[in-house]
Design a protein around this ligand. Structure first.
Ligand code: ADP
Ligand code: ZN
Ligand code: ZN
Length: 738
């Protein structure tokens, strides 16, 4: 082999839509070897200067060396992005066939992308613990005046004291602080996590049941190695307890734990629990943070000051000083998959990262994805189960309510109304689930048949009663509710079908005197809306709850004993092969909200298809039986997880260009071996937000030929002139086929 020669080139990801990194020379007088992957650099790019991230060092380049440009300046003397995250980014660039610049935008907090210093601006604060107060009173520090002075200063204030103040008031206080912290008399508090620690009494968990103990023990044996464990347990079976047990183990070993959750805003209860249990600085990363807060939390994770890091999707890239464990809660949740731009799956990347770090990944769900179940079934993942609800809570009973031929009043059958009445009479709460907000999904003219359509999508506009508007739920376009038919001027306009507002109204009419809480995106948008509603639900003020899938997540409603699913039929006949899986997951997540305390929950599902095999299986055998049946169906139909897919999408403001481009793309593909191309076809919703959309599905029995094909094909797509007249994208492992 020839000598590759000394490192002289740096491969840099820059903000650009191109599917490649760019090679640069180091600044004059700087050794290329000294600029490590993970450092930010300022480089000339076109006629601008931009901040880029060094992804690799190299000995040679395909560009003529005299045409290479020099890095202007190196922003970090040490990598800001740790090695494993650089490796993860490289993996993602390759696997998702996505531009490095865009991938690195997900890796770096906004302020760092702008060139800001990675140093934290926030300060450390100190405070005396209960033990510290005792210690001072007992005069333990006669021979340690520095410690005594510091402790006296801290005991003297009800609040915390920050380092700047201590620097001014005391000398050589840092070693004293360290000694006092070791004795448990002083604790350090960080800005990024102050609320996490303030005055929250530490809570001991419940006594774990044997299945929880077994699961935690098993995870314990996996520490220090790469292994994936799938924890399957119905809602309320105590999965979170298992996560906490596993995290305890990681902390014991002086390692950090990264916890990924679908949505933080909707799961404040989970954060509360972690804070009460661990009383450790918790770095929380989610989209609601300011850029500065985000950088502080990110840096606290990176410096190891936050032993536990909790975040949503993009937190999979959070840097960790001492990584020990990755937990993915609700691993089936579709919000882990980014739906535009860099279309990565945070769950899948978390597993890749665990492999790179040689640490375990713990996936948990009441309703695991078919992908994870299949991996568990063939022994790739350790399968852990919690079969019963923890404590005294009972499993909810599912029941189908056949509404064929029944008279429906605003979507509710008479027997359903009777059942609701019975529960209300017993002083219990009832949750009514309908995954459609607004008043009615369609407005129809009874004279001429006109319906309110969106001018920009192939969809009806939803009628909203509060704002008196027609709103498209796909693109957001809206207009005032017409007083008369725009087509024939008749005034007989009728809302068709049900939304949550309409159900809310119907329930108020049927059950006078029972306050109704409506929980959907419209109700939550008002500031403090969600908290007020939840407070009223917990106190028992609201007796009836109506809501969309927002209700399905995170929150427990211990007083709810009946869950009513108004319409299960929407999900039964969809073009998307995952619709059934989604419906089952959603139904069980909603069902899981009910009857958490000693009261058993009942779930009543209204349907016109009580014999539908999916519903039947679900009601009879629960999720495991349903999943078994679904997996064998998928196997027979050669669908994921038994095959691997990618989707090439194209869209434009007129109809022809997408299909022209896709036809040329298919022609260019030829007949690749081991890969099947399906299409082009119009997307299920062909026009959306004013754009025409079409797609080609690429499918292969194994990953390798799929990626070899994409590696070859995508550069060809980039060079097609028809591609310049459309917006196109490649989605690897698409979650939705539209
Ligand atoms: P999951 O995450 O599976 O939904 P949780 O861990 O949230 O379940 O547990 C549900 C409820 O049961 C919580 O209130 C939790 O405190 C309680 N719990 C968990 N484990 C036990 C146990 N072993 N004994 C009693 N209560 C428990
Ligand atoms: Zn009309
Ligand atoms: Zn629209």
């Amino acid at each position: 082999m020839s000598d590759p020669g000394p490192i002289s080139i740096l491969r840099v990801a820059v903000p650009s839509p191109l599917l490649r990194t760019f090679d640069y020379l180091p600044p004059a007088n700087v050794d290329a070897e000294a600029i490590l992957p993970g450092c930010r650099v300022r480089v000339p790019f076109g006629r601008r200067q931009v901040v880029g991230l060094v992804l690799a060092q190299a000995a040679d380049t395909e560009v003529a060396v005299d045409r290479l440009r020099h890095i202007v300046s190196v922003l970090d003397s040490q990598p800001v992005v740790p090695k494993d995250v650089v490796a993860l980014a490289l993996w993602a660039i390759h696997y998702y066939h996505h531009p490095p610049g865009d991938v690195c935008a997900a890796v770096l907090p906004t302020l760092l992308r702008g060139g800001a210093s990675a140093r934290r601006r926030e300060r450390r604060h100190y405070r005396a613990t209960q033990q510290g107060h005792e210690g001072l009173r007992q005069e333990l520090f006669k021979r340690a005046p520095k410690q005594r002075a510091l402790l006296a200063r801290l005991v003297g204030t009800p609040d915390t004291v920050d380092e700047g103040t201590l620097d001014q008031e005391l000398t050589r206080w840092k070693p004293a602080a360290k000694a006092l912290m070791d004795k448990g008399m002083v604790e350090r508090v960080y800005d990024f996590a102050r609320s996490a620690q303030d005055a929250i009494p530490r809570e001991r968990g419940p006594l774990r049941n044997p299945q929880q103990v077994a699961a935690i023990d098993r995870v314990r044996t996996l520490m220090g190695d790469f292994r994936v464990a799938l924890l399957e347990g119905v809602t309320g079976s105590g999965k979170t307890e298992v996560y906490m047990g596993a995290i305890d183990e990681a902390l014991e070993r002086n390692r950090q734990a990264l916890v990924l959750v679908p949505e933080i805003g909707l799961t404040p209860q989970l954060l509360d629990r972690f804070q009460r249990r661990f009383r450790q600085p918790l770095a929380v990363l989610h989209s609601g943070l300011s850029d500065r807060q985000r950088l502080d939390a990110w840096a606290a994770a990176r410096e190891g000051d936050a032993p536990i890091v909790i975040g949503t999707r993009s937190a999979v890239f959070a840097p960790l000083a001492r990584p020990g464990l990755i937990v993915i809660d609700e691993e089936h949740d579709s919000s882990f998959k980014q739906q535009d731009g860099f279309r990565y799956s945070a769950r899948d990347l978390a597993i890749v990262r665990a492999r790179l770090l040689n640490i375990p990944a713990l996936l948990g769900s009441a309703t695991p994805s078919m992908e994870s179940l299949w991996n568990a079934r063939r022994g790739r993942y350790v399968h852990l189960r919690l079969e019963n609800r923890a404590g005294a809570a009972k499993r909810p009973v599912l029941e189908l309510l056949d509404i064929r031929g029944q008279r429906l009043d605003e979507g509710l059958s008479a027997s359903m109304i009777a059942r609701i009445r019975k529960h209300l009479a017993r002083d219990e709460q009832v949750l009514v689930f309908l995954n459609r907000r607004g008043f009615a999904p369609t407005l129809l003219c009874h004279e001429c048949g006109w319906v309110g359509r969106c001018g920009r999508c192939d969809a009806h506009q939803t009628m909203h009663s509060g704002s008196q508007r027609l709103i498209c739920h796909h693109c957001g376009s809206e207009k005032p509710l017409p007083q008369a038919c725009p087509s024939c001027s008749a005034v007989d306009l009728r809302p068709i079908g049900q939304g949550t507002q309409r159900i809310e109204q119907a329930l108020s009419r049927h059950f006078r005197g029972y306050p109704v809480a409506r929980i959907d995106r419209d109700a939550v948008r008002r500031k403090g809306g969600l908290e007020n509603l939840f407070a009223g639900i917990r106190s028992g003020h609201f007796r009836l709850l109506v809501g969309t899938q927002i209700l399905a997540k995170g929150h427990d409603f211990p007083l709810v004993t009946l869950v009513v699913v108004v319409d299960a039929d929407q999900g039964l006949f969809s073009a998307d092969f995952r619709a059934g899986e989604r419906l089952a997951q959603l139904l069980l997540q909603v069902a899981g909200r009910a009857g958490r305390a000693e009261r058993a929950g009942h779930v009543l599902i209204q349907t016109h298809h009580p014999d539908h095999p999916l519903l039947d299986k679900l009601v009879r055998d629960g999720y495991p039986g349903f999943a078994e049946a679904t997996l064998s169906e998928r196997e027979q139909a050669a669908l994921p997880p038994f095959t691997h897919q990618a989707l090439l999408r194209a869209e434009a403001t007129s109809q022809a260009p997408p299909s022209l481009f896709l036809r040329e793309a298919v022609r260019a593909a030829g007949e690749p071996s081991g890969v099947e191309l399906l299409g082009p076809v119009p997307s299920p919703m062909e026009r959306r937000a004013g754009r025409w959309r079409a797609q080609v599905l690429i499918q292969a029995p194994t990953r390798r030929p799929l990626h070899e094909f994409l590696d070859r094909w995508i550069p060809e797509l980039e060079s097609m002139s028809s591609g310049r007249r459309v917006r196109w994208s490649v989605d690897v492992d698409p979650a939705d086929l539209f």
